[in-house]
Design a protein around this ligand. Structure first.
Ligand code: IDP
Ligand code: MG
Length: 170
């Protein structure tokens, strides 16, 4: 039994098209559980760190704008991030998501149902999912702090940070 975790992002086109409910319903067919979730406005630093492995691709700048929702502006320039956990989580989630190119994706999959190719040629494919366990570990650690994930997925350490500016509830 291969217990895995996988980062899932509902990209800004999924938010704009009001697909959050549909997408989560489709992923729930996996019978995996969600162990972390949050909404984020993606800044350029996070976008570039996430897609660092694609920095030499001709569509990289479009991709960085897309994941930040720059093409849509307020109030669509945000994503929902999830960590799904359970047996063979990566292959189950990627199968429900479908192939990267929405035109190649199974029409029943999320990307096949809801994705499109922009006039500039970018695949706007509604969701991101990690493609293997090494990528999942890197991405989950990039998008979530340990205390935001309710399962202990990776080793942690405790550090004391002095003079750290923080915002708390008033
Ligand atoms: P994945 O999201 O299926 O793992 P990656 O190769 O990691 O695919 O690419 C990241 C994202 O970059 C894709 O989800 C898609 O939005 C975009 N993308 C990937 N390949 C192409 C391409 O050949 N043309 C246009 N956009 C692409
Ligand atoms: Mg990928």
């Amino acid at each position: 039994m291969k217990i895995e975790q996988v980062l899932v992002l509902i990209k800004p086109d999924g938010i704009k098209k009001s697909l959050v409910g549909n997408i989560l319903t489709k992923f729930s067919e996996s019978k995996l559980i969600i162990v972390g979730s949050k909404m984020i406005k993606v800044d350029e630093k996070l976008a570039k760190a996430h897609y660092n492995h694609l920095k030499d691709k001709p569509f990289f700048n479009e991709l960085i704008n897309y994941i930040q929702g720059k093409v849509y502006g307020e109030p669509w320039n945000r994503i929902l991030a999830f960590v799904y956990h359970g047996e063979c989580a990566i292959s189950k989630i990627r199968e429900i998501a479908g192939a990267t190119n929405p035109e190649d994706a199974d029409p029943i999959s999320i990307r096949g149902s809801y994705g499109r190719i922009t006039t500039k040629g970018l695949y706007e494919n509604v969701v991101h999912c990690s493609s293997d366990s090494i990528e999942a570990a890197r991405e989950i650690k990039l998008w979530f702090n340990p205390e935001e994930v309710i399962e202990k997925l990776y080793p942690v350490k405790t550090v004391f940070i002095r003079n750290l500016k923080n915002t708390i509830w008033a």
